[in-house]
Every structure is written in structure tokens, then in C-alpha cells.
Design a protein around this ligand. Structure first.
Ligand code: G3H
Ligand code: 13P
Ligand code: ZN
Length: 330
């Protein structure tokens, strides 16, 4: 690595913003800022293009796995490249570069030093006091550098089975005031029935997706009024794309996500950030499968990743417009 690659850099030099102002506006405006994960160039191009076109602020989300996959230095400069590209297009929108599900202080520190404007410390699986201590440690490093921090209370289930809902650890509203006060976090992820991945519910034929626990959300809002709430695991698992995957050689029977109306309802509340990764993965997979099935001789990655990127732009722009409500807010 060169000296430039290892040099600490503030996110401000890279053109990012932290989430404070974004969340203030989202809270007042009754919408949520999209937090879209990316691992590669086409996803990044699609997210930025869709958010510029729909005039939406955006949180570019990088997981530990994404950082390992794409290289931490490359990702940092890709993010900066996206901001520069947006400026050249003449219509910049606010962009935060955010660490998704940081699990150690060292990882959060490394991302802050690499120019992230926001980090999540996810110590939600630890006992309350340990969660508080680790989250506080990250806040103490982040805040002097004007980096915002997301913490989490409650554990999202892997694959939820609503018949045995006690397996998922919903956020206990009684904990939120103390957590926010003791840690100094800027936003709080809570567990109200969403989960990660493409199989959020195991539904029997004829059953529909159970509603999110809006009662828990309301109680959290009552206890910490005006505090930004984050919803993870918020992909809708778009059924048109599941059908396309299954039609063109894939096997994803029973994949199900959070209905869009429920997300729209959440976005109107104190939920200021909605995390979406799986829907992007599904769109990309479906389109690539279709191209391969219809043109088996195709071997130029631009010919299958290009159409996938176009479909991603459309999907993200539609989410901003109809689900997040973030379109037209810049
Ligand atoms: O919440 C998890 C995100 O979807 C990131 O997933 O760790 O496979 O990159 P990943
Ligand atoms: P999905 O798997 O529902 O897209 O959730 C993504 C997420 O929460 C990233 O942190
Ligand atoms: Zn998540």
C-alpha cells in the first residue's frame, strides 16, 4: 500500500456528509433516507444515478464483508468518485458513507480513519451493559471527528417464523432511553419484525406476511421523541424479480419480504433510515440470469451487468418515490 492509501482522511475531504442534517430533515418531512448497500461499481453507479435523478439524499452502505470483498482503499475512493461524478452531472445530492453492522471498535475506527462519515456499531447481541460500553467507546472516537454513530437494541431474526415469534428479540422499549442517554448515539436501530435476507417469513400456502410491530415503534417514539430510528432488514423481496429468477434457472421458492405499504407507514414516523440490500441483489441476479438464458453466447460483462444496472436504477428510483418518500427532498 502507498502512503496515500494508508493516510487518515476526514470524510469532509472526500465530499461526504454525516447523517445529522439528513435525519433532521427526514424527521420533519415525514420520510426516510435510503441506505443502500454496495459491493461493486455497477451497484454504486445505479444507487448514485437513481438518487440524483430522483433528488434524494442517500446513505451508501458498506458492510465488513463488502470491505473485505472490494478492498477498503478502493471502496473509499469509489465512494469519492461517485461524489465527483455527481458534481460533474451538475446536480449533487447529500451522500453519507456509512459502515453497516460494525462489530468491533477497531473496525469502526478504521472506517472513520478511512473517510466514512457515519458508522454503525452493532453490539445488539451482547448484554445491555456491554452493548452500552462498546457503543459509547465508538461514540467517543467518532464525535470529535463529527462522524455520526448508529447503535442497535434488539436482535433481528435470521429467518422469522411468526408462529414462534419469541425467537426474535424485539426491542424492549423500556431500554431505549437509558441506551441513548448513556451512549450518546445519533440514531438507533430497533427490531420490530424485520429481518435480513430474502426469506424473512416462512409462510404456509394462503398465509400473508404478518404486520410489523408498530406498537413497539410507537412506544419507542413516546419514550425518545424526535430521535432518529433505523429499520434494518427492510427489503420487500420484490416478487417480479423472484419470479424472473425462478423462470430463468434459479431456485428461490418462498422468498418473502416486508410489504411496501408497511415500510411507507414506518417512513412517515420517526424511522429516518431504511436499510435495503437484498432487493438490489435480487434485481441484479434476475437480470443477469435472464441475459444468460436468452443469450447463452454472451461473454462481455458489460452486456449483462449493464442491463442489471439499468434495472437497479429503476428499482432504487421507485423505492425513493413510493416507499421511502425521499424523492424530491433535495
Ligand atoms: O445487513 C447485512 C447486509 O445485507 C450486508 O450483507 O455482510 O453479506 O455484505 P453482507
Ligand atoms: P435486507 O436484507 O432486507 O435488504 O436488509 C439489509 C440491511 O439491513 C443492511 O444492513
Ligand atoms: Zn442490517
Amino acid at each position: 500500500m502507498t502512503a496515500t492509501a494508508t493516510k487518515n482522511v476526514s470524510y469532509k475531504e472526500l465530499g461526504f456528509v454525516n447523517t445529522r442534517d439528513m435525519f433532521d430533515k427526514a424527521m420533519k418531512g415525514g420520510y426516510a433516507v435510503p441506505a443502500y448497500n454496495f459491493n461493486n461499481m455497477e451497484q454504486l453507479q445505479a444507487i448514485i444515478t437513481a438518487c440524483v435523478q430522483s433528488r434524494s439524499p442517500v446513505i451508501l452502505q458498506v458492510s465488513k464483508g463488502a470491505r473485505d470483498y472490494a478492498n477498503a482503499t478502493l471502496l473509499r475512493w469509489m465512494g469519492r468518485g461517485a461524489v465527483e461524478m455527481m458534481k460533474e452531472l451538475g446536480q449533487p445530492v447529500p451522500v453519507a458513507l456509512h459502515l453497516d453492522h460494525g462489530d468491533t471498535f477497531e473496525l469502526c475506527k478504521s472506517c472513520i480513519d478511512y473517510g466514512f462519515s457515519s458508522v454503525m456499531i452493532d453490539a445488539s447481541s451482547k448484554p445491555f451493559d456491554e452493548n452500552v460500553a462498546l457503543t459509547r467507546q465508538v461514540v467517543e472516537y467518532a464525535h470529535p471527528r463529527e462522524v455520526t454513530v448508529e447503535g442497535e437494541l434488539g436482535v433481528l431474526a435470521g429467518i422469522e417464523d411468526h408462529v414462534s415469534a419469541e425467537k426474535s428479540h424485539y426491542t424492549n422499549p423500556a431500554d431505549v432511553e437509558a441506551f441513548v442517554k448513556k451512549t450518546g448515539v445519533d440514531s438507533l436501530a430497533i427490531s420490530i419484525g424485520t429481518s435480513h435476507g430474502a426469506y424473512k417469513f416462512k409462510l404456509k400456502p394462503g398465509e400473508s406476511v404478518p404486520p410489523l410491530r408498530f406498537d413497539i415503534l410507537e412506544e419507542v417514539e413516546r419514550r425518545i421523541p424526535g430521535f432518529p430510528i433505523v429499520l434494518h432488514g427492510a427489503s420487500s423481496v420484490l416478487q417480479d424479480y423472484i419470479a424472473m429468477i425462478n423462470k430463468f434457472g434459479g431456485k428461490m421458492e418462498g422468498a418473502a419480504g416486508i410489504p411496501e405499504e408497511q415500510l411507507r407507514q414506518a417512513a412517515k414516523s420517526a424511522v429516518c433510515k431504511i436499510n435495503i440490500d437484498s432487493d438490489g441483489r435480487l434485481v441484479m441476479t434476475a437480470v443477469v440470469r435472464k441475459v444468460f438464458a436468452e443469450k447463452p453466447g454472451e461473454f462481455d460483462p458489460r452486456k449483462y451487468l449493464g442491463p442489471a444496472r439499468e434495472a437497479l436504477i429503476k428499482m432504487y428510483a421507485e423505492k425513493n418515490q413510493t416507499v421511502l418518500g425521499s424523492a424530491g427532498r433535495v
